[in-house]
Design a protein around this ligand. Sequence first.
Ligand SMILES: O=C(O)[C@H](O)CO
Length: 393
Amino acid sequence: MNIRVLVAPSGFKGCLDPEHVASAIATGLRRASDAVEVRELALVDGGEGTAATLARVTDGELRPARVTGPLGEVLDTSFAMLGGTHHGTAVVELAAAAGLSHVPHDRRDPMRTTTRGVGALILAALDAGATRVIVGCGDSGVNDGGAGLAQALGVRLLDRSGEDIVGGGLGLAELDRIDLAGRDPRLARVPMEVACNVENVLTGPRGVARVFGPQKGASEDDVRTMEAALDRFAAVVERDCGVDVRLMPGGGASGGAGAGLHALVGGTLRSRFDLLFAFHGVDEAVAWADLIVTAEGGLDYKSVRGKIPSEMGRRGATAGKAVVVLAGTLGERSGEVLDEGVCAYFSVIGRPQSLDDAMRDVEEQLGRSAEQMMRTFLAGVALGRRQNSGSQA
Ligand SMILES: O=C(O)[C@H](O)CO
């Protein structure tokens, strides 16, 4: 009897895209036995690779666009126009115009980086005739509450002297008034859904500056300054737009771009998995599988807060399926993923080596680990069969 294995990993950020992660795992699984039937789903979570992957799975295309990058530089990037039954839907990946990967290490500074280019991508999608826009959040290098993108779409964010505030997380500290009158009128007609991690909130103890600021280059002082700036932003938004974005689920996505996209642009914030997994047919694939193998570059306590391994753990457990996670590295409290329905997790790193070497060998290591994991699983299946036939004899 064949064992049906669903391979549904995320990409290994900055190292291997989800398609290559999936195919490396699938190769290893097939080596374990001819009785293994594999189905590959390369999953995206709204961050890097989302537009390209959704274009591919729907037979759509990437459209080039020249925008302002996070540091104010000229950036050649793209958005997706989906195909098939999703014709008319545009996917704007925030990371494509404001991603951390566009900011060199020595210039990481979320006090200054901007989402302005994301607004330009949304305009390009509207100009291309989009009738529905999906904005994917994640992997950003910004903390501007979506101010830059809103300004690019015609929203005025004014300081006390009636001047437009400057770009970046710091500019929000000067915000005094919001004027929505000049917002692009097409935004009132074209529905926009924002795929976000609904665990991320704008302010408070789990606020976005505190949780994600340091990885974007913020010092402790910067974090405090940005928190105060986001508090001010939230207060002005509440007064001028009539919505409290402080603890709104997903409002903290991508440096608070979730809050700005909702309050200033009119987008609806949605769980990224509910929105994006439908394109992949995840629920049907989970129902098909006996075993689910998912993967992530770095597994740690953040993985249980709305990341792909924990989401696959939950969906697998609900459907009564075994879920295993293969990870590049195991970080702080990675074991918390076991509380999310995952049966077991492994690091694929086989020997002490530098990060560069590990990244170079990762496909081979994924294949080897997947093969050994599958052999263990098959041994368990064989043992179960023997015990069953023994108890029936
Ligand atoms: O984009 C970001 O800021 C992080 O991925 C959290 O959403």
